[in-house]
Design a protein around this ligand. Structure first.
Ligand SMILES: NC(=O)c1ccc[n+]([C@@H]2O[C@H](COP(=O)([O-])OP(=O)(O)OC[C@H]3O[C@@H](n4cnc5c(N)ncnc54)[C@H](OP(=O)(O)O)[C@@H]3O)[C@@H](O)[C@H]2O)c1
Length: 356
């Protein structure tokens, strides 16, 4: 990949795509092609075809997807399978037709079976049943991984896939209904701290800056009195003396800063091919954290000195979900951002976003 090679980052406004763009800029790549979904709808095969014909990208990072938490996956399985299949099929086929030199497809660890040995090795794919709650998403992701492999086999392409662990970082989703665990917790602890400090101006600023979810509209919510505002937050599990979390905090999860994932993606694009990587590789540090310890870490960084209430009527999820790091290590890559440093930087970004 030369510094002036045309590189298309699909999904550049998202958590992962924006980190890849930052990483490419930092390494001096100058010819980065980006289009928002309103400029180029990747569900539209003809539009994708025209884009590849006109722009002639040589390298493609496929980080566009319909992504969501468990509730969204359960409610909208048809959207998840349709959109993720269509985006993948349209981009990969156009990349093939227009001779893209290398494509890196972003998958997810939800492709692994529900009850699988830990840590999860790449060879465990399709060994047994998937987790039913996100089956539609997983089947779309597995289909696209396989599509890349079949194009490599039949047409000699160089299309590879990566399976990253849970991500957090700049441009994350903080919607209190749909966010992933770490950004969701960070925002809840932050809001609880602000209630405790009676800083209702800052609460209003936060609610205007990031979507709330649960059918609540920022402009209506912030017009409430301080007491009414506090009650709304209480209903979302955020109090002046405590934050309510799902489950009992006894499960382990890994969290990786999206700048580390971007570093891995760019490294693989620069230095490794399908022959080296095979069908796909996990992007993981190989270490996880007990959720109770993550809560303490977040509380310390945010300086929220209240309690945590465990809502044990809510599911814990699987006890452990850790990808195996052997293959990515053997490819010569390791993450560089320790969790505490990454979360600290993430919280600074969260607080400063939108203030120039
Ligand atoms: N977040 C994680 O923890 C995580 C972990 C492992 C793997 N991944 C994988 O990484 C990839 C990206 O995830 P993310 O978290 O970065 O998602 P994200 O923040 O929701 O971003 C997704 C991006 O996809 C674009 N997109 C969606 N539909 C589109 C369409 N029809 N046409 C064009 N663009 C479209 C959106 O573009 P606009 O903003 O322009 O609408 C958005 O910027 C996914 O494949 C996901 O499975 C994510």
């Amino acid at each position: 990949m030369n510094k002036d090679s045309p590189i298309y980052v699909a999904g550049h406004r998202g958590l992962v795509g924006s980190a890849i763009v930052r990483c490419l800029h930092a390494r001096g790549y100058k010819n980065i092609l980006i289009k928002s979904s309103s400029e180029l709808d990747l569900l539209n095969q003809q539009a994708v075809e025209i884009f590849f014909r006109m722009e002639k990208p040589e390298y493609v990072f496929l980080a566009a997807a319909k992504v969501g938490g468990i509730l969204a996956n359960l409610t909208y399985p048809a959207d998840f399978i349709y959109q993720n299949l269509m985006i993948g099929v349209n981009v990969i086929h156009a990349a093939h037709r227009h001779g893209v030199k290398k494509l890196l497809n972003l998958g997810s660890t939800c492709i692994y079976p529900r009850l699988v040995a830990q840590p999860m090795k790449e060879s465990y794919l399709l060994m047994s049943e998937l987790e039913p709650s996100n089956e539609a998403y997983a089947i779309a992701k597995i289909s696209i991984i396989k599509m890349c492999s079949y194009y490599n086999r039949q047409f000699g392409r160089n299309f590879v896939s990566v399976m990253p662990t849970n991500q957090y970082g700049e441009n994350d989703n903080f919607n209190m209904e749909t966010a992933h665990a770490l950004p969701m917790l960070l925002r809840r602890f932050h809001l609880a701290k602000l209630i405790r400090n009676n800083d209702f101006d800052a609460i209003r600023e936060d609610l205007e800056k990031y979507p709330i979810g649960w059918g609540l509209h920022s402009n209506q919510v912030v017009s409430n009195s301080n007491d009414a505002l506090e009650q709304i937050l209480n209903q979302l599990g955020v109090y002046r003396d405590k934050v309510v979390v799902w489950g009992d905090g006894s499960v382990y999860r890994e969290f990786m800063n999206s700048d580390d994932l971007a570093d891995a993606c760019v490294y693989l694009m620069q230095h490794k091919n399908y022959e080296d990587i095979g069908e796909f590789v996990n992007i993981t540090s190989g270490t996880d954290i007990l959720l109770k310890d993550l809560f303490d870490l977040l509380k310390n960084i945010i300086e929220f000195f209240g309690d945590i209430e465990y809502d044990t009527s809510k599911p814990n999820g699987t006890p452990r979900k850790l990808p195996d790091a052997t293959k990515i290590r053997s490819l010569g890559w390791m993450p560089k951002i320790p969790l505490e440093d990454g979360v600290r930087k993430f919280y600074q970004w969260y607080c400063s976003r939108g203030k120039t």
